[in-house]
Design a protein around this ligand. Structure first.
Ligand code: NAD
Length: 332
């Protein structure tokens, strides 16, 4: 029966079951970089849990997957504290839900908003810190507050500048990903060598970055797209699209596909275009991200415990091939 018809007791049992199941999936996905199920399966169960918790707010527990950034910190790595947390992102799966998001923003800021619309790169989030223009530290998102120190590994990635075009102190965030061609090549080689293959480019990127031996990372041909300047106002940057331009000037790889949209019609056109072109791109994307373009409005909208209120991911429907259950042995 539909979730809306559950009694409190039924809802409580179902929520406990979903939490246990989602925690198990998250453990495999984030800790071992080896998912047990497709993302669409995880997303559907996550959505059910959200619905139950909305219907019965007393069922929300502090450790519910809806209340914390999913992620793991492997004990093998030195821990790095993120002074500004690296959050997760809310997601929607239809144009109607996207319109609801837009309406929430309009109501909150009492005006229509411009959006920076970007591709949602299917990799893992990284943070990079520079002092006087030199790369000094790089980390994974981890649990959002504490990440893993992967500086040595990130130094092997050619796309990441060791020295910026200006001698500034800076922290930036973005996505580390494995291009589709490198992923295919890696899996072919592993298959020939009798090693287990990776489930998808995202897991291959995460497994390759979270290595104790940086010479392994160096062989994996990882790449990056950087999209966030932490404390951007220090650098006279006022909007997200200015941030993307400035990041490029400093020497980062920035995804070329973003636009500034003035209304949802522009957003829908962008979504339709990349849903069509998705297969032709040399890297994986799992959707499109909408960000309120003004950084001061972002600041005033703020965050929930888990996600910024000023951005949302529109997730593409799963690709056909992704829904086929694979018979693969997973590995780190
Ligand atoms: P998320 O990965 O869906 O979204 C947040 C992330 O998007 C950010 O951390 C950032 O790394 C990334 N991102 C990519 N492009 C971006 C851009 N242009 N701008 C800003 N950020 C960008 O959220 P999440 O909380 O990290 O993970 C949830 C996702 O993980 C879901 O898609 C879920 O399906 C998947 N997951 C799957 C399993 C499984 O078992 N298959 C388990 C747990 C989680």
């Amino acid at each position: 029966k539909p979730i809306s018809d559950y009694s409190h007791e039924e809802a409580s049992l179902a929520a406990a079951e979903l939490r246990a199941q989602l925690s198990q999936y998250a453990q495999a996905y984030y800790t071992a970089d080896a998912p047990l199920v497709e993302d669409s399966v995880y997303d559907a169960q996550y959505r059910d849990l959200e619905l139950l918790e909305q219907a019965y707010p007393d069922l929300v527990t502090a450790d519910s997957p809806t209340q914390k950034v999913g992620g793991a910190v492997l004990s093998d790595f030195t821990k790095i504290k993120h002074d500004i947390p690296m959050l997760s992102m809310g997601d929607v799966f239809s144009e109607a839900e996207l319109a609801e998001f837009d309406q929430r923003i309009r109501t909150a800021i009492k005006a229509p908003s411009e959006y920076s619309v970007e591709l949602k790169i299917d990799g893992l989030a990284i943070s990079l810190r520079y002092e006087r223009g030199k790369l000094v530290e790089g980390s994974t998102r981890g649990n959002g507050t504490i990440g893993e120190d992967v500086t040595k590994n990130l130094r092997t990635i050619k796309a990441i500048p060791q020295t910026l075009s200006e001698p500034i102190d800076l922290e930036v965030r973005g996505e580390c990903y494995m291009p589709k061609a490198s992923f295919q090549q890696l899996n072919e080689t592993r298959d020939q060598e009798g090693l287990p293959i990776f489930a998808n480019p995202r897991n291959a990127a995460a497994g390759s970055l979270r290595q104790l031996d940086s010479t392994v990372t160096a062989q994996r041909q990882l790449d990056t797209f950087i999209y966030t300047i932490v404390n951007a106002s220090q650098y006279a940057v006022e909007t997200q699209d200015q941030a993307l331009k400035q990041l490029q000037k400093w020497g980062f790889h920035v995804n070329p596909a973003s636009i500034v949209a003035n209304d949802l019609a522009d957003v829908h056109a962008f979504i339709a275009r990349y849903q069509r072109q998705r297969d032709q791109l040399p890297y994986g994307i799992d959707g499109v991200v909408l960000k309120v373009n003004s950084l001061s409005l972002q600041q005033s909208l703020g965050n929930t415990v888990k996600v910024p209120r000023w951005e949302i991911a529109y997730k593409f429907p799963p690709e056909e091939a992704e829904t086929i259950v694979r018979d693969i042995e997973w590995t780190v």
